[in-house]
Design a protein around this ligand. Structure first.
Ligand code: GLY
Ligand code: MN
Ligand code: MN
Length: 439
C-alpha cells in the first residue's frame, strides 16, 4: 500500500504551502542527491522527505519550483529527460511528459537547462524560499542565479527558510499518512513477534536482524526506517548499538529497536525480551518499572497536554522504581530535581514520527520558544522509556549490571486521547514468555 503519485494530497499540500508564502515570492526545493557508496556504486536512492511530501516524486536530479499566482501555472518541475541508454542501465524515468501527467506539474523542463530558465522564474520576485539546511551546493546555485537576474531585473532580497513552513505542516498527519503509518507499524509489529518466536540462545544478533528485515521486505517495506538495533545483554546499554555481531547468551535480555519504512513513512518499535524465554527476577523487576513508565506515559496522551508531560511522568515512575529496588537512594523529589535518573535513563521519552524517524517540527511553542508545545489531534509521536545499567557500572549491586531495557510504541493523538499504532506486538512480560514458548 503506497500513496499514488497522482494523489490529490500532494497538490493540496503545495496549495497549503503557497497560501502561507509571502506575496510575490517563489519557493525552490531540490531533490536529494545520489550518494556514492564506493567506486562506481551508489547507496539505494531515498528521496528528500520534504521533496517527497510535496510531490511523491522519487527521482534524483530534480527541482520543484512553486510560484503562487503565476499565470502560466504555479508548479514547475525541472527533471531528467527520457534517455533510452540511461534507462537501460539505471531504470525508468518519468521524463518531462510523465512529470506533467503523473505529478501534475504545469510545466516540466530539462534539469540541464535550469541555469538558463530558473533566473527568469525568480526575476522580479521579492522573496525566495529555499531549504537553508540543504547547504553549500544550493547556496552556490542561488547566488549564481541571483547574479544573472541582477544584470537585467529586480532580484529577490528576502530569503526565507522553506523548512519553517513545511516542517510545521508535517507535524500534523493526514488520514492517509496515519493509515500508512499504521500499516508500517503492523509490519514492524509482526517482525518483532517473529524475532521473539525464533530467537535462540547461541544465535548471532545479526541473525535476528535478518528475521526482522526479511519480514519487512516480504511485506512491501523495502527499507528500514533506521539501522536496526539488535542488542543482547550489555550491548543494550549502548543506546544506538548497530554492530549486531555478538552471540546471544543464555541469560541475556535482548533489546530490539527496529522499524520498517513504508512509502517513506517510518515506524519505530522497541521490545526487550529474554533470550531463553524466561525473565530472571532482576530483569523482570527492572522491566516492570519501564513497562509502568511506558503505560502511564501513553495513558496521559490527549489533545491539550504539554509535549513534556509524558516525559515527566516517565521520569517520576522510573525514579520511584529505581528507589524501590535500592538502585537509587534518597528523597524522590530531590532525586528528580538533581536528575539522578539520568545515570540510568539518559534520553527523553518521545520524538515526532513521520516521513523521518526523528521527524521534523518544533517541540516548542511558536510564540514563546521557552515553552513546550501542546499536543494536537493527528500528531504522531513515540513513547520510549528505558533503563540501562552497564556491566561496568560500579555504583550499583552486580546483580543489576549488564541490563538494558527500552519499550517503544508509536502513538497518534486522537480527539479523545490516543491510538497506539504498535500495540499488536506484546509488551506484557507474561505474554512475551508465552509467545516465546509457542503458546
Ligand atoms: N530508533 C531510534 C529511536 O528510537 O529514537
Ligand atoms: Mn524512537
Ligand atoms: Mn527506536
Amino acid at each position: 500500500m503506497i500513496m499514488s503519485i497522482k494523489s490529490p494530497e500532494y497538490a493540496q499540500r503545495r496549495t497549503q504551502l503557497m497560501q502561507q508564502m509571502q506575496p510575490n515570492s517563489v519557493a525552490i526545493l531540490y531533490a536529494a542527491p545520489v550518494v556514492k557508496r564506493s567506486y562506481c556504486l551508489d547507496y539505494p536512492y531515498r528521496p528528500n522527505s520534504d521533496f517527497y511530501y510535496l510531490s511523491g516524486f522519487n527521482e534524483p536530479e530534480a527541482v520543484l519550483v512553486m510560484i503562487p499566482g503565476r499565470k502560466n501555472g504555479e508548479f514547475v518541475v525541472f527533471c531528467r529527460e527520457k534517455n533510452q541508454a540511461q534507462e537501460l542501465w539505471h531504470g525508468k524515468r518519468l521524463g518531462l511528459q510523465g512529470v506533467m501527467n503523473e505529478l501534475g506539474a504545469n510545466e516540466a523542463l530539462p534539469i540541464g537547462d535550469i541555469d538558463q530558465i530558473l533566473p527568469n522564474l525568480i526575476a522580479g520576485k521579492d522573496a525566495l524560499y529555499y531549504a537553508f539546511a540543504d547547504g553549500s551546493y544550493i547556496n552556490a546555485q542561488i547566488n549564481k542565479w541571483l547574479t544573472k537576474v541582477k544584470k537585467n531585473a529586480y532580484a529577490p532580497t528576502k530569503f526565507i527558510d522553506l523548512e519553517d513552513l513545511l516542517h510545521e505542516m508535517r507535524v500534523r498527519k493526514s488520514s492517509t499518512e496515519i493509515a500508512l503509518m499504521q500499516k508500517a507499524a503492523d509490519i514492524s509489529a509482526d517482525a518483532h513477534i517473529k524475532a521473539m518466536q525464533n530467537c535462540q540462545v547461541g544465535m548471532y544478533e545479526y541473525q535476528l536482524e535478518a528475521i526482522l528485515e526479511h519480514h519487512f521486505k516480504q511485506n512491501g517495506a523495502k527499507f528500514c526506517a533506521y539501522n536496526s538495533i539488535v542488542a543482547a545483554g550489555n550491548n543494550a546499554c549502548t543506546l544506538h548499538y548497530t554492530d549486531n555481531n555478538c552471540v546471544i547468551d543464555d541469560n541475556d535480555l535482548i533489546l530490539i529497536d527496529a522499524g520498517c519504512e513504508l512509502d517513506c513513512y517510518a515506524s519505530d518499535v522497541t521490545r526487550t525480551f529474554p533470550a531463553n524465554g524466561k525473565f530472571t527476577s532482576e530483569q523482570l523487576a527492572l522491566y516492570d518499572v519501564v513497562l509502568q513508565a511506558n503505560l502511564a506515559a501513553i495513558d496521559c496522551i490527549k489533545p491539550g497536554i504539554s509535549f513534556d508531560l509524558p516525559h515527566q511522568i516517565s521520569v517520576e515512575i522510573i525514579t520511584e522504581g529505581l528507589l524501590e529496588l535500592g538502585i537509587l537512594q534518597g528523597d524522590k523529589e530531590q532525586l528528580i530535581q538533581q536528575g539522578a535518573y539520568k545515570d540510568f535513563y539518559m534520553h527523553r521519552v518521545s520524538h515526532w514520527l513521520g516521513l523521518d524517524v526523528h521527524d521534523v517540527g518544533s517541540y516548542r511553542e511558536q510564540q514563546n520558544h521557552q515553552n513546550w508545545r501542546n499536543l494536537e489531534v493527528a500528531m504522531v509521536l513515540t513513547i520510549e522509556p528505558g533503563i540501562y545499567i552497564a556491566a561496568d557500572n560500579q555504583q550499583v549491586a552486580p546483580k543489576w549490571r549488564g541490563i538494558g531495557i527500552r519499550i517503544e510504541d508509536d502513538i497518534v493523538v486522537t480527539p479523545n486521547g490516543c491510538q497506539v499504532l504498535t500495540n499488536k506486538v506484546p509488551k506484557d512480560p507474561k505474554q512475551i514468555e508465552l509467545l516465546m514458548q509457542g503458546k
